[in-house]
Write a protein that binds this ligand. Sequence first.
Ligand code: CAO
Length: 446
Amino acid sequence: MSKENIMAVIQFKLPDIGDFDAVDVIEVLVAEGDTVQVDDSLLTLESDKATMEVPSSHSGVIKSVKVNVGDQVKEGDFVFEIEVTEDAAAEETPAKEEAPATPEVSAPVEKPAVHEQTAPENVGLPVAASVANTPKPINHQPMGALSHASPSVRAFARKLGVDLSQVQGAGPKGRVLQTDVEAFVKATLEGSSTGRGVSSGTGIPPLPVIDFSQFGETEEVELSRIQKISGKHLTGSWLNNPHVTQFDECDITEMDAFRKSMRDQAEKAGVRLTPLVFIMKAVVAGLKEFPNFNASLSPDGEKIIHKKYYNIGIAVDTPNGLVVPVVRDVDQKGLFELSQELMEISARARDGKLSPKDMSGGTFSISSLGGIGGTQFTPIVNAPEVAIMGVSKAKMQPVWNGSEFAPRLVMPFCVSYDHRSIDGAEGVRFTTYVGQRLADIRQLLL
Ligand code: CAO
């Protein structure tokens, strides 16, 4: 019988893994039929505190794999069958016995009976022991600190030149998976938001990717088409324009009284007169006085382009997400005409019937949440415009008139603007001007 033919199948059992009862198998690094050498990594295990590799105690061929990713294993568990030659078994076993580094070679000794039940080539040679090397810790960082990844993912990241500390792990306990590395590379190459491992490509650190199901029940709902489109646009506006938001409030008591006095007339004309059309008129007056708000910056950021037309984008809340249709030439239209147009575009917006033309050509936007509530908010500039007004709900308040408190209807509002083209002083002059227009109905209607 030649040496080569003298084979034995040993049971590879899990050696001492430290102070853990049971740990998770996070990678099985070999498959049936693979040839392994002594010290080749067979498994990656993960405890609460560390990730460790389990090296092979023998050279040989993997006959069978007894564990799967996700299994829990403990010392002494039978994890692989390895077919070894007599030579290998004889040579390696004493080496292990000599090695002081592996005193905890607590791997159980094979019983001949077991060998007899294994592969047919097994000639029943008593293999001394399925001596397993001690697992090598590869990551002693507490979970959540620095990067935490299996050896194969580390190798993958190394190959692509990815710094793992930049990658957020989506795996259990924040472990970085191969898919996280891939998503990171994709996001970096695109230089834009991709959802997972979000990076703008401008040095902005990626957001953490968390498996929320570890904390409780979750459900994934696809964003609407409009949300996906507006999300990209909002991110672009937010990241490209240095925003300032100026808060203000104005007394709309007179304006509201006038609005209510016009109710019958409005009804006859088939329109619903809300504060928004008055606000649009006041804004246009402000834009004429402060042309930097009715403008865009040139692409090189060196010039400001003033627009001599006044097209106001109105943010409309629809079941599918936010859209901003544009009301054109607001300076040339009366209150009823604007109301009519507002009703028409918001109805078309909610029915999903706006065309791209309906949403283009705006020079300034208004986001009115006044019909819903809230005291203030910070709207995002609708680039390439440079400013947007946010309107909140008007409330009756006691206002000191110099001799007594009088009940007045006070409306909070704000303007967010691109600080590259508009200074803070100009920002507050604009809101003051618009507020005064809204407070004085005569000026507003002139
Ligand atoms: N203060 C107090 N009441 C107000 C108000 C304000 N600032 N603005 C509106 N109202 C009142 C209106 O007068 C109306 O009451 P009456 O019927 O008694 O007059 C009621 O609130 C509802 O108004 P409305 O919201 O239906 O109408 P509107 O003209 O004010 O707004 C539109 C139209 C299309 C802008 C609005 O329906 C809408 O979609 N708003 C949400 C916009 C949005 O989502 N913005 C967020 C963008 S950023 O994510």
